[in-house]
Write a new protein. Structure first.
Length: 159
């Protein structure tokens, strides 16, 4: 049985927060005033924040899972309820996210993201399975999914 994994990208805010937390945890280890247990707890939490990832796993039998892992060690695997698609679409997306909290607001009031998305379409329903920064990565992943699920790819990009 063939499988394909679609690892979801962390948002920029999540990356910033996780590395700032890791930095402060390292600074906590430099000081000798705190208890070792507290330092280890902070270290575990910061490593979790830095190393976690969420992926979708699709197989040829269409037994699909949402996989939560830390540094590629699977922590949780739950059934993903998605209908078998009529077709897969690859298309450009542009989204903006408000930066309204804390120091992130200094970057700008909005974060604009230009990406390529892969979606499953079943009649008038859709499910986004993957987002990529560049077209080549997105079309490569769409071809992997197409080989496993044997469905048609519709390329809605202008490339």
């Amino acid at each position: 049985m063939k499988k394909v994994f679609c690892k979801q990208e962390k948002p920029l805010k999540g990356k910033i927060v996780s590395f700032v937390f890791l930095f402060f945890t390292i600074m906590l280890f430099v000081t000798e005033t705190e208890l070792l247990l507290i330092k280890l707890l902070f270290l575990l939490v910061s490593l979790f924040l830095v190393g976690y990832s969420i992926s979708y796993e699709f197989s040829s039998g269409f037994n699909n899972y949402k996989v939560v892992s830390v540094f590629r060690i699977v922590l949780l695997k739950s059934k993903l309820d998605v209908e078998y698609p009529d077709y897969i679409s690859v298309f450009p997306i542009s989204s903006s996210i408000d930066n309204e909290w804390g120091a992130i607001a200094a970057i700008g009031t909005k974060e604009r993201q230009e990406r390529f998305a892969i979606r499953f379409f079943k009649e008038n329903k859709h499910f986004t399975v993957y987002r990529a920064r560049d077209y080549e990565k997105a079309i490569k992943k769409a071809n992997e999914i197409q080989k496993v699920l044997n469905v048609e790819i519709y390329d809605a990009t202008k490339k």
